[in-house]
Design a protein around this ligand. Structure first.
Ligand code: 5GP
Ligand code: ZN
Length: 114
C-alpha cells in the first residue's frame, strides 16, 4: 500500500526497531512510547482498520496474540502483566490506518479510560 508508514516498515523502507518477525507479523518499538514497554504488533498485510478484517484474515489475530505472548516473555513481563490494545477509527484515536496492536507494560498501567 503506497504511503502507508507501516507497510514501509514491513518492507524495510522506513527504519524500525524490530523485536519480532515471522511470515505474517512484525513487531517493533513505538516511536513515541506511552509506557516503559510499548511495542506495536502488525500484520504484514495492509488492513486499514479492525472493520476491514475479512474472515480469511482471522488467523492473523491469533498470530498477533501469539506474538504478543512471546514478546512479553522475552521482555520478562508475561507474569507481571501487560495490555494489548487496538484503536479503531477516530473516537479511539487511530492515526495510522494499518491495523496494529499496542503491547503496553513494564509498569503498572492506568485505568483504560483514565
Ligand atoms: P494509533 O493511535 O493509530 O493506534 O497508534 C499509532 C502509533 O504508531 C502511535 O503510538 C505512534 O507513536 C506510532 N507510530 C507512528 N508512526 C510511527 C513510525 O514511523 N515508527 C514507529 N515505530 N511508530 C510509529
Ligand atoms: Zn499498510
Amino acid at each position: 500500500m503506497e504511503n502507508c508508514i507501516f507497510c514501509k516498515i514491513v518492507q524495510g523502507e522506513v527504519p524500525s526497531n524490530k523485536v519480532f518477525e515471522n511470515e505474517h507479523v512484525v513487531a517493533f518499538h513505538d516511536i513515541s512510547p506511552q509506557a516503559k514497554i510499548h511495542i506495536l504488533i502488525i500484520p504484514k498485510k495492509h488492513i486499514p482498520t479492525m472493520n476491514d478484517l475479512e474472515t480469511e484474515d482471522a488467523f492473523l489475530l491469533g498470530e498477533i496474540h501469539l506474538a504478543a505472548g512471546q514478546i512479553a516473555k522475552e521482555f520478562g513481563i508475561h507474569e507481571s502483566g501487560y495490555r494489548l490494545i487496538n484503536n479503531c477509527n477516530q473516537d479511539a484515536g487511530q492515526v495510522v490506518f494499518h491495523i496494529h496492536y499496542h503491547l503496553l507494560g513494564g509498569e503498572k498501567l492506568g485505568a483504560l479510560n483514565g
